[in-house]
Design a protein around this ligand. Structure first.
Ligand code: KIV
Length: 295
């Protein structure tokens, strides 16, 4: 067991996140879905790594997040776990894994902690999930809430639309956030809501808010790894800032490989393995003897 200190490389926990909010220190969060992306994100010093169910779309090519299964989420979370040393590791519970019975929801949540090494689970929904959040927290499972534009409700919402635009909707969002905090959620993701509403919620809550498409006043910001790096195939949402065009870098590298193989310039002699001199000499001797016998 190691004692955590305040230094840059110290392990991030739910308490570190709370302390960051109290110190008004911004929290960073990114998604990761495999070992390599997890290593890169963790080495960059990002505070929270989320194995988001967005992997259904960006990794598995589904149209929305609904089809991804428990098995798939566990598989990706295990891979990410192997790449993360410092960040707080959160796993998204997939659609229908926490909607049916309390017993099944608790069992599924505990699998992320016990079998995949997550340090918290994230579930979508506000007030209506408060009872479940309370039971998870009682079962020693830290929970991250997620309200506003909740992608698992895409059909119920009638599409991906910014939420919380009317007075009634703003009041409901505030109730949702407070209910999650009272139930014991360690942070709350605010997605796709007006900046002003996110600012009000952030001000009211003691636990940190992590925004995505929710303006700059949240306690932290999260983006999807593939969005930030330009690894998606559709035009990005308004809130996405592309920090690199890795998609183009990859396409250029693939075209160069294809060209080199076709022209015969890859692999070169320097990129080939060679026989030891003595083995080569013996082989040549054998070949020479065979030639002599034939003559
Ligand atoms: O699945 C995901 O990537 C998420 C973030 C966008 C918050 O839930």
């Amino acid at each position: 067991m190691s004692i955590t200190t305040g230094d840059f490389r110290a392990k991030i926990t739910a308490s570190t996140l709370l302390e960051k909010k109290q110190r008004q220190e911004i929290i960073t969060c990114l998604t990761a879905y495999d070992y390599a992306s997890a290593r890169l994100v963790d080495d960059a010093g990002i505070d929270i790594i989320l194995v988001g169910d967005s992997l259904a779309m960006v990794m598995l090519g589904y149209e929305n997040t609904l089809p991804v299964t428990m098995q798939e989420m566990l598989h990706h979370t295990r891979a990410v776990r192997r790449g993360v040393k410092r960040a707080f590791l959160v796993a998204d519970m997939p659609f229908a894994s926490y909607h049916l019975s309390l017993r099944e929801s608790l069992r599924n949540a505990s699998r992320f902690i016990k079998e995949a090494g997550a340090e918290a689970v994230k579930i979508e929904g506000g007030e209506k999930r408060a009872g479940l959040v309370e039971r998870m927290v009682e079962a020693e499972i830290p929970v991250v809430g997620h309200i506003g534009l909740t992608p698992q409700s895409v059909h119920a919402m009638g599409g991906y639309k910014v939420q919380g635009k009317t007075l009634l909707a703003v009041e409901q969002l505030m109730h949702d956030a407070l209910a999650l905090e009272r139930a014991g959620a360690c942070c709350v993701v605010l997605e796709g809501i007006p900046r002003e509403v996110a600012a009000m919620i952030t001000h009211e809550l003691e636990v940190p808010t992590i925004g995505i498409g929710a303006g700059p006043e949240c306690d932290g910001q999260v983006l999807v790894f593939h969005d930030l790096l330009g690894l998606t195939f559709a035009p990005p949402a308004k809130f996405v800032r592309r920090y690199a065009d890795v998609g183009t870098v990859i396409s250029n590298a693939l075209a160069a490989f294809k060209g080199d193989v076709k022209s015969g310039s890859y692999p070169s002699d320097a990129e080939s393995y060679h026989l030891p001199k003595e083995t080569l000499a013996s082989l040549e001797e054998i070949a020479e003897r065979k030639r002599t016998v034939r003559l």
